[in-house]
Write a protein that binds this ligand. Structure first.
Ligand SMILES: [Zn+2]
Length: 443
């Protein structure tokens, strides 16, 4: 289908008032003034963007989408208690159906909040998974099967199967990643095996899109000592330095969190062009600390943003994440000139897309993939419009999202997911929760 989004404030490389975006198939073919594009693209289905900002879809570079099902389930606990006492025992009772419904809920929440791409790590099964959910929901996603030291063999096998079956599906909308969980839960040999698999999968299926490695790194203060104790390895220099000694770093590696880094860690991340994904809301909620985002940006790293799983956030709201990360930077450094809105917006769009291995996503540009969000500006908190980027970071609300296009298809219209009876779906979510809770009680 060919679309002409016209009459809005188009946030492209420049801001175009009364601008338009033409979409052919799954790509943007032209960006410009409404009057000109209306003449050039007659016959395209028109989407009226009057009174809206037209922005690239937001890219969430770290989450565990299916964990919506645990939203509010494990609260006010330190990370290792949160994982060991609440999350991991509960996860052991999950069925593929639970995971699929949880991920579907996450996809709907994300799309309604203007996030069109998710990078998610969870558990895959042929009988139901995040991929099954995302295929239905119409969101763009990179999905990996998280594995640990005890599950590395099956994890690698499952990942290979996922890649064969799903990587590049639906016109490139779905991609697969390799996901060793974290250096404290997954040993050195397993990381090397994961890296080898990544290379193999890229040589087999790379023409359908990059296969990235996605892992957690340096989330807690104790991480280096926990890694050392668990695997009897040399962590001198820092956890990233340890991973670099294993030879697993590359530009196609997304590291979630990267809070507790040494100078040497940052240096090797820069040398390999590793992509840090910062998750400020989850990090604050679990008391993990705050990543030194300005240092990472100034050192030239491609920094992007994630929400982390909805059990530790507890939303998938990337607007909130953009605002909080910006406030943290300014507040902690006592310097309001740091991280201007225009730059902060890039973390959640263009840089996020780069982190996931795309060079044609995350901006409204001719030739780019058509992931486009229309944000309502006909609301009191958006007016007057002096500075559209300041609005996007500080005063826009995720619930202002009116229309969403992913890969050239309209998936949200008038604040509703197209073709979904939300009321009955939310009832299904409650049934899944009830059944899950009764199984957790028994186990
Ligand atoms: Zn995580």
């Amino acid at each position: 289908m060919n679309l002409l989004v016209d009459g809005g404030i188009v946030v492209s490389d420049k801001v175009i008032f009364d601008g338009a975006v033409a979409v052919e198939g799954n790509r943007i073919v032209a960006v410009g003034d409404s009057s000109e594009l209306r003449k050039r693209f007659q016959g395209f289905e028109r989407i009226n963007a009057r009174g809206c900002a037209v922005i690239p879809g937001l890219v969430n570079t770290h989450t565990h989408a299916a964990m919506t099902i645990f939203r509010g389930y494990a609260e006010d606990l330190p990370l290792f208690d949160w994982l060991n006492k609440r999350i991991w025992p509960a996860e052991s009772t999950l069925t593929p159906k639970d995971i699929e419904v949880g991920a579907q809920l996450a996809a709907y929440e994300s799309l309604l909040f203007g996030a069109t791409t998710l990078n998610s790590m969870y558990f895959y099964s042929e009988d139901g998974s995040e991929l099954h959910a995302f295929e239905k929901a119409g969101i763009r996603a990179t999905v990996g099967h998280g594995f640990f030291e005890k599950t590395v063999e099956s994890g690698l096998k499952i990942t290979e199967e996922m890649a064969r079956k799903w990587h590049g599906r639906d016109n490139g909308r779905l991609r697969v990643s390799v996901c060793p969980h974290a250096p404290y839960s997954t040993g050195p040999v397993s990381y090397k095996m994961a890296f080898e698999l990544q290379k193999k999968l890229n040589s087999l299926y790379g023409e359908r899109g990059k296969i990235i490695l996605h892992t957690h790194v340096a989330e807690s203060r104790e991480e280096a000592s926990v890694v050392k104790e668990a695997f009897n390895v040399d962590v001198s220099g820092g956890v990233v330095v340890y991973l670099s000694r294993l030879g697993v770093l590359s530009r196609d590696l997304v590291m979630a969190h990267t809070i507790h880094l040494t100078e040497e860690d940052v240096r090797v991340m820069k040398a390999f062009d590793v992509k840090p994904s910062l998750n400020p809301v989850s990090n604050l909620k679990l008391g993990m600390g705050v990543a030194d985002i300005i240092k990472l940006i100034k050192d030239g790293l491609t920094v992007s943003l994630g929400t982390d799983g909805p059990a530790s956030n507890n939303t998938l709201d990337m607007f909130e994440t953009m605002k909080i990360v910006t406030l943290l930077v300014k507040g902690l450094h006592g310097d309001p000139t740091l991280l201007p809105s225009r730059e902060a917006f890039k973390l959640a769009t263009e840089y996020g897309a780069k982190a996931l291995g795309y060079d044609d996503l995350g901006a409204i540009r001719p030739g780019y993939l058509a992931d486009i969000v229309l944000l309502d500006l006909k609301v009191p908190h958006a007016r007057p419009v002096h500075d559209i980027f300041a609005h996007l970071i500080y005063s826009a609300r995720a619930s202002d999202v009116r229309t969403v296009i992913v890969n050239g298809k309209i998936v949200v219209e008038d604040r509703k997911i197209v073709g979904v009876d939300m009321e009955s779906f939310l009832e299904e979510v409650e049934r899944v929760k009830e059944s899950l809770v009764s199984r957790i009680r028994v186990s």
